[in-house]
Design a protein around this ligand. Sequence first.
Ligand code: ADP
Ligand code: MG
Length: 727
Amino acid sequence: MPSAPAPKPPHPAPAPAPAPESGPRRAMRRLGLETDVDLALHLPLRYEDETRLTPIAQARDGDLVQIEGTVLDARVEQRSRPQLVVRLGDGEGKSDLVLRFLHFYPSHRKAFAPGERVRVRGEVRGGFFGREMVHPTFKVVRADTPLPQTLTPVYPSSAQLPQAYLRKAIASALQFARLDEVLPPALVPAGWPSLRQALLTLHHPPADATAAALADGSHPAWQRLKFEELLAQQLAQQLAREERAALRAPRLAAPPRAKARPAGASLHDRLLATLPFHLTAAQQRVAHEIAADMATERPMHRLLQGDVGCGKTVVAALAAAIAIDAGWQCALMAPTEILAEQHLRKLVQWLEPLGVQVAWLTGSRRGKARERMRALVASGEAALVVGTQAVIQEGVQFARLGLGIVDEQHRFGVAQRLALRRKLGEGAQADAARGAPALEPHLLMMTATPIPRTLAMTYFADLDLSTIDELPPGRSPIVTKLFAQPRRDDVIARIGDEIALGRQAYWVCPLIDESTSADDSADTEPAPRAGAADLRNVIATHRELSEAFPGHAVGLLHGRLRAAEKAAVMSAFASGATSVLVATTVIEVGVDVPNASLMVVEHAERFGLAQLHQLRGRIGRGSVASVCVLLYGSPLSELGKARLKAMSQTQDGFEIARLDLQIRGPGEIIGTRQSGDALLRFADLDEDGDLLRQARHAAGELLAHDRPAALKHLQRWLRGRLDFAKA
Ligand code: ADP
Ligand code: MG
C-alpha cells in the first residue's frame, strides 16, 4: 500500500463535518478501538464487491451493482421537498440510469456536474421512467481510475462513526500495528499465513473464490486468527494455574478419630450420622473429591456442579464441617439474600445442634446487629459465616478463614468473583504480617447451571470440576407444556382440576430483579429491571385466581413484602392451607413443597433458560407426576421460540446449559457480559475443538520453552483483561 497522503473518502460526508475528528474518535473509543491492534482486530461484518462494473443495459431490477458513467444532466425537482435527479449514461447502450437523492448537499451538486465521470453503487429499480438508483454511494473518478483489487470491508460501526472514516482508520492501523510474529515457527501449523497476512486477507480479501471460505471460517486466515485467540486464552489459564500452585493453604484434614476426639466422632461424622437421609453415591463421590483437595496445602479451587435439587447444600455443609473440625472458619456466600437465607436455615438446622455457632451477614443487617455479627467473625467464635456479598465487604475480618464456599457462582459478576478471591486472600496477608506463613483459604464454588466440558476447559482451566449427576431418590418426572397467552383460561381451569384433587399449584409472574436488594447488587439474570407494571400484574393475577377459586385460599408472594410477611405466606403454602401461590421469582429458591404438582410460568419468554429450570425444580418433589406450563406472550421471537422449546424437550440441566450455550453464546453463561467484552470473539467452541486442542498444546510448549514469547502474545491479545481470565 503506498504511504501517499491519506486517500480521500470514497464519497463526501452526508452532513456538514462535526467538530474536527472528535465525534468519530469518541465513537471508536466507545467500540473499544483505541490502539492499532484493536483496530486491526476489528473485522468486517461482510464485504462489498466494488471490483467489477456492470453496464447499465445489463442491470436488472433488484440487482446490487456498481456502474460507471458520465453525468448527462442534473437538476433539482420540486416535489414535496426538493430532490436532486441525475441522469447517467455509460455510452455502451442507449439506456441511461437515473440517480435520485432525497437529501443532498452542495457537494452533491458539485460531484454531479454534467460531464463528470462517476462510479455509483446501489440497488437498481426498474421504475416507470426507466432504471433508477435511490441514494447510491458514489465517487468521482477519471477514465483511468483503477478498480479496487480486493473486496471492500463493511465494519460493525455506530451512527457516529461513518464507514469511510473507520475504513481509513483500520487501513492505516493495519500498516502500523505491531503484528510481528511472536510464535516460533514450529508452533504454527504449515500452510497458515502470518498473523499480519491473515488480517490483511480478512480485511481486504481478493475478489476471487475465497469469499465462501471466508464466510464459513475454514479459510487459513481465519484458522490462524482463531488459533491465536485460543492460544491467548490457554496461556492465561495455564499461568493462573501456575500462580495458584505457588500458593499455600491450610491442610484441612479431619483429625484422626480415636485420639483427637476420645468422645467419638468429629463434627463431620456426627453431621453425617444425624442427617435424615443417606447421601447418594454421587454426593459421596464429590464429598470425597472435596475432602481430598482440602487435605492438601494447595488451595482448592473447585467447582461443584449439579442440577437443581441434587443436594449440593449438604455437600457444602460436610466441607464446612471438615474445616471447622480442623479449627478453621468457613464462609458461605450466596448471590441473593433469599438464597443465603435458605442456606442459613438448612445449615443452622443441621449444625447448631452439634454446637457450631453460625453468623449471618447480609446487606440489610446494619448497626448493632451487624457489629455483633462482625465481632463473632473477627473473634473466631462463629465457625461458620453465611450471607451475601456482605461477607466480603470492607470491615469484615475473619479470625482464621480456611474455606470459602460460593453458591451459584455464575450469578456473581466477574468483578465480584475477583473481589471475593482478593478478600479471601486478605487473611493470608494478615498472617504473613504476623510472621506466620501466608495461607490462602480453600475455595469451593457451586452451580446448578452446569458448565459444558469444552467451556470449562477453555475458561476454567484453572478450576477442578466435581459433578453430582444423580438426584436423590423419590423424585417424579415433570412434563412441560407450552401455551400461548390466549389459552390462559384453559390453564386456569387446569389449576382448578388439580386443586380439586387436593394438590397445590404455583403461578409465577415475572418481576425479575426484585430479589436483589439495594446493596445486594450481584448481577443476576440478564433481565430487564422490574417495573411497577409487573408488580400490578402479580397483584391482579392474585385477585383473578382468588375469584376463580372461591373455595380455596390463594397466597401472594413477592419481594416487596416484609420478611415476616413472606415467611407467613410461605408457611401457609407449605402447610397446605393455601392451594395456590401466586409469586414472583422469589420462589426460585427456598421452597420445598412436595404436594405442589403444577407450576404455571407467565410470560415465560421473559425468563432465562437457567432460571426457568430453577423455577421448574420447585415441582416434581413429591410422588405425583408434575406439570409445568409455560405461558408465553405472542408473537414470540425466533430466539424465544427456541428457548421455550428447549425447556419442553428436556429436564436435564446439563442439556439445558448446552442449549443455552448454543442459543446465547458462552459470554452470557459465564457472565463476562459485565466485562463488556466476550472473551472469545472469533473462535467458536462447538466448531473449533481441534483448534482448541492445538492451542492448549501450544500454550504448554510456549510456557515451557519460550516464556517471553508467551507473555508477548498474551499482552497483545488480552491487554487489560488478564485478570478476567483468572476470575
Ligand atoms: P441444590 O443442589 O439444588 O442446592 P439442595 O441442596 O437444596 O439442592 O437439596 C434439595 C433437597 O434435597 C433438600 O431438601 C435436601 O435436604 C434434599 N436432599 C439432599 N440430599 C438428599 C439425599 N441424599 N436424599 C434425600 N434428600 C436429599
Ligand atoms: Mg442450592
